[in-house]
Design a protein around this ligand. Structure first.
Ligand code: LLP
Length: 415
């Protein structure tokens, strides 16, 4: 029997223990083959239409991974001037970056205009701001179709209870404001939410969205957003997002729309999690095992500063235990909560999990940590953010971001 990471040959020529000895613990580890496989999958979602897929830097902003996405022909979407800056450092030219911000200042908007980056506004008020800054300019508008989807209410990014986009009832006002400043609405975008395994709500949202698109005569592109899920419960046999069936259904829907309207727009998407989640794992050391009032805890250095998803969204990440470079697969199991080293009761990576009997010195391997893992990490409790390592196609390991140092913790106070 093999563990999931063994089946994937995730660690190439090395193993979790060697990696921690070499680079320190905790540690983010990425597998180049898996990342590139996913990047190619998303780049090829639509083959019968003009299509580009964006890499959502918010999921993972490691320069080496961004360069990989660039090599694989993905464009990119950015949420902030900092993301634009980093994407440019990774080699993305302005015309392949799409800026999809929310509630930005004039300075931030001007930054994108000066950089020559296509921008989406997500309210009538920001449309006015764009008109004042860039009369006669070209831009995209983010719509909120009134329905959303996602794994948690905090990541449903459309619908009546979210801050995003221009509400359906205000859509006709977009053209009025555009007229006032001689703006050209060349793009429409939406993002209904993050992590769904059933693609039907997405297809419904696309249908609905295309209906609105018909009211915009100058459109050159429409961006349907991302949100495709990955199986976080894979050790229990959860199936993958059915990309092939989704591609077929979407292709059909778009072909019908094109035939009916005679319009040939560029179609775009922004699948973030689907592109990078499974290509990354998070390793940590077990420093204590204990029982408190009948509850067993595996105490690790994987604090909520390193991976916040379980605390923020009650997210589930599978965990494997490695010992002496190999996964512990047989023997008695126990129910443990895997916890971190942060001063918060909620600092729990994995609650009440059936794991092999675990001991000090074991390595906990948290799966599917490539998206919204490092990018959401922090220095809370003045903990150091971990290093990031890539296992390349030949199975060799390479440092792609160094671990924080104590000096990093006082950077900014030299004033
Ligand atoms: N495009 C836009 C405009 C977005 O707002 C997002 C995500 C994406 C693309 C990428 O969505 P994806 O394909 O990854 O679902 N931190 C949360 C997820 C927040 C998603 C926010 N927007 C998590 O860890 O689950």
């Amino acid at each position: 029997m093999e563990s999931y990471t063994q089946q994937m040959n995730f660690f190439g020529k090395t193993n979790p223990e060697e990696l921690l000895a070499k680079y320190g613990s905790p540690l983010y580890v990425y597998n180049e083959d898996i990342l590139r496989r996913q990047m190619r999958r998303v780049a090829g979602i639509l083959v019968n239409h003009r299509f580009t897929s964006n890499f959502s830097i918010k999921t993972n902003s490691n320069l080496s991974i961004l360069r990989m996405a660039n090599e694989e022909g993905l464009n990119a979407d950015a949420m902030s001037p900092g993301e634009i800056y980093v994407l440019k450092k990774a080699g993305f030219p302005s015309e392949r970056i799409f800026y999809v911000p929310n509630n930005v200042s004039e300075e931030e908007m001007q930054y994108a205009i000066d950089e020559g980056v296509m921008l989406s506004v997500d309210s009538l008020s920001q449309l006015e701001m764009f008109g004042r800054l860039c009369p006669g300019g070209r831009l995209s508008v983010r719509l909120n179709p009134g329905v959303g989807a996602g794994h948690h209410e905090k990541v449903v990014t459309a619908g009546e209870k979210t801050k995003f986009g221009v509400a359906a009832q205000d859509i006709e006002k977009i053209n009025d404001v555009a007229k006032k400043y001689d703006l050209h609405v060349v793009g429409l975008n939406q993002h209904i939410g993050s992590l769904f395994m059933d693609y039907q709500p997405y297809l419904d949202a696309v249908t609905n969205f295309l209906h609105y698109a018909e009211d915009f005569p100058e459109l050159e592109f429409v961006d349907f957003g991302g949100g495709f899920g990955v199986p976080y419960h894979k050790l229990e046999g959860e199936s993958e997002f059915d990309l092939e069936a989704f591609k077929k259904a979407l292709d059909q829907l778009l072909t019908e729309w094109k035939n009916r309207t005679g319009r040939d727009l560029l179609f775009k998407m922004e699948p973030g999690r689907y592109t990078v989640a499974e290509g990354g794992v998070l390793l940590g050391c077990v420093h204590a095992v204990k029982e408190n009032y009948g509850h067993k805890y595996v105490g690790t250095d994987i604090g909520m500063n390193v991976l916040i998803r379980p605390e923020l969204y009650d997210s589930y990440h599978d965990v494997e235990i490695y010992r002496d470079g190999k996964p512990v697969l047989d023997g008695t199991k126990e129910i443990y909560s895997v916890v971190g080293n942060i001063c918060e009761t909620g600092d729990i990576v994995a609650k009440d999990r059936e794991l092999p009997i675990t001991q000090e010195g074991d390595v906990a391997v948290v799966l599917d940590a490539g998206a919204y893992g490092f990018s959401m990490s922090s220095n809370y409790n003045n903990r150091l953010r971990p290093a990031e390592v890539l296992i390349d196609h030949d199975g060799n390991d390479r440092l792609i971001r160094r671990r924080d140092t104590f000096e990093d913790l006082v950077r900014g106070f030299d004033i």
